[in-house]
Design a protein around this ligand. Structure first.
Ligand SMILES: [Mg+2]
Length: 257
């Protein structure tokens, strides 16, 4: 644990690590204060591409946590970094919300529904048949299909909602083309996060509540890993995987202790 506390960079998943729904988890305020007082470089990460860093900042503020906008990192930002790196000045047809729209716009990637380089799909509550039909035709005409993250579902107040992978499936099935997914567990998301933090992987930690996304992404990117039991994984389910986290904690509140 002492080695863990000495690390410079912390990348922390949010849902199941910092909060559940609109409920802050125990010990999170202590952990966030510790990150700040120890002058750690840290990012709070979500695979959802729906919200902007500003909106995530406001969500945490409503739960009583004061965290600067610059500490939030989403699959929307990772997707925008990736496309800008692959094809600067490219254009995209986007099925998604302001999170992905703003991230692409900030990188100078223009919206194009005629002959885009990419069709980008993220979470959207306004998803409709017209958009999907357009996306299918554009992909058939040569646009590359990109998913912001490979999550099938996401938790919502009233139950689960379909997430990116489920929303993009009709486009893949109709075109016979497979999407490329940028978010966790793609190590690309971790590497971009490390670059944002300015920390080398061996001096960084990935903290998450899921073995199949957070922990595998951390391991494959060479970060130290911490599984917290405050979300999806339990001590029992984590034994089913061929890899293991370096530390298993009940919650992030145990890190500063
Ligand atoms: Mg999580």
């Amino acid at each position: 644990m002492e080695q863990l506390r000495k690390k410079k960079g912390f990348i922390c998943d949010m849902d199941g690590v910092l909060y559940h729904g609109n409920q802050l988890l125990p010990g999170v305020d202590k952990f966030v204060n510790w990150l700040a007082s120890e002058k750690k470089n840290y990012l709070f990460l979500t695979n959802s591409s729906q919200y902007t860093p500003k909106e995530l900042q406001q969500k945490l503020a409503r739960m009583g946590l004061d965290v600067d906008e610059s500490h939030f990192y989403t699959s929307a930002l990772a997707t925008a970094f990736f496309l800008d790196n692959q094809a600067p000045g490219c254009s995209a047809y986007v099925v998604g919300e302001h999170g992905i729209m703003n991230a692409l716009y900030d990188k100078g990637i223009t919206y194009n529904d005629v002959n885009p380089d990419y069709v980008v799909v993220g979470e959207s509550s306004a998803y409709n048949l017209e958009q999907i039909t357009k996306a299918i035709r554009l992909v058939n005409n040569g646009a590359k299909l990109i998913g912001t993250n490979p999550d099938l579902t996401a938790p919502a107040e009233s139950g689960i909602v379909p997430a990116c992978r489920a929303l993009i499936a009709p486009i893949e099935l109709s075109t016979g083309k497979n999407a490329y997914f940028v978010g966790k567990p793609n190590p690309l998301m971790m590497r971009t996060g490390l670059r944002m933090l300015g920390v080398h992987s061996e001096n960084a930690v990935m903290v998450g509540d899921r073995m199949d996304t957070d922990i595998i992404a951390g391991i494959e990117s060479g970060l130290d890993t911490v599984l917290v039991l405050s979300g999806v994984s339990t001590r029992e389910t984590c034994k089913q995987y061929p890899y293991r986290p370096r530390f298993i904690l009940n919650g992030v509140g145990e890190i500063p202790e």
